[in-house]
Design a binder for this molecule. Sequence first.
Ligand SMILES: *[C@@H]1O[C@H](CO)[C@@H](O)[C@H](O)[C@H]1NC(C)=O
Ligand SMILES: *[C@@H]1O[C@H](CO)[C@@H](O)[C@H](O)[C@H]1NC(C)=O
Ligand SMILES: *[C@@H]1O[C@H](CO)[C@@H](O)[C@H](O)[C@H]1NC(C)=O
Ligand SMILES: *[C@@H]1O[C@H](CO)[C@@H](O)[C@H](O)[C@H]1NC(C)=O
Length: 238
Amino acid sequence: MNAAVILALLFTLTATQACCANQDRCDTIRVESWSYKYAEKVVEDASYVLNMTVVDQQSAAACTFRKSFGYEKATLWVDHGCRADFKVCYLPVMPTECQTLRVESWSYKYAEKKVEGASLFINMTVEDRQSAASCDLDKSFGFYNENSTVWVDHGCRADFNICYVKGTSTTTTLNMSSWNYKYATKVLPSASCIYSMRVVNQQSAAPCTWGATYGFMANTMWVSDGCRADFCVGYYSA
Ligand SMILES: *[C@@H]1O[C@H](CO)[C@@H](O)[C@H](O)[C@H]1NC(C)=O
Ligand SMILES: *[C@@H]1O[C@H](CO)[C@@H](O)[C@H](O)[C@H]1NC(C)=O
Ligand SMILES: *[C@@H]1O[C@H](CO)[C@@H](O)[C@H](O)[C@H]1NC(C)=O
Ligand SMILES: *[C@@H]1O[C@H](CO)[C@@H](O)[C@H](O)[C@H]1NC(C)=O
């Protein structure tokens, strides 16, 4: 893989995490330090613990944050005899899945395959190339998030390792208007995450320019400076 490809993959991954990591979750979890020994517990499904507070202390020994209990990334720890139920809030990891899939471009023709249950691709790498023709990301193979489809072209035939966020992706067309050149937003349901937005039919004389007069963040679209248009928006729901 060349640097640009790795950057593109990293960007996809980072954008995904930044976007969908905003629904935090809280649970009550028991962690116990027996015989005054250090102990830890990994919070299942957590990518990061945000905070940890004592709700029900069972030990005579004190539970003091950073002295006898605390957390590091997705792991909780206790020490010096602290035993308690803790309220723990964390950012959940998104349910991801990886699989190996053979996709083949015969006679140098374009071919595609739908990946059921994939809502957002994280990465796609060549595991075992069968063709003499090379397989290069975005040149002879790639993926479309809008329809959960992977593609090959120019004779590339290989087994690919494909990782994606499980869920459903949807595209919809809706209009947005920046009246009087004002900033306006439209919000999709909170559990959704936008990954693409493009103009299909511009109504304003004022230009609609990606990143400048329209764009999106997480589950919110925005327009500004007089841009009015119908937009095709791709988003997924976990
Ligand atoms: C813990 O974090 C959650 C999520 O950010 C927040 O809603 C809650 O108020 C925090 N609790 C404490 C005690 O800081
Ligand atoms: C692809 O993404 C998955 C899931 O995040 C990760 O476990 C795996 O290491 C990634 N592979 C590459 C080659 O980046
Ligand atoms: C998926 O979307 C791409 C890009 O919009 C399109 O070229 C391709 O034909 C679509 N494939 C399917 C199976 O819908
Ligand atoms: C924009 O959407 C609204 C509500 O769906 C609709 O009533 C209106 O006709 C649309 N306008 C344009 C210019 O498409």
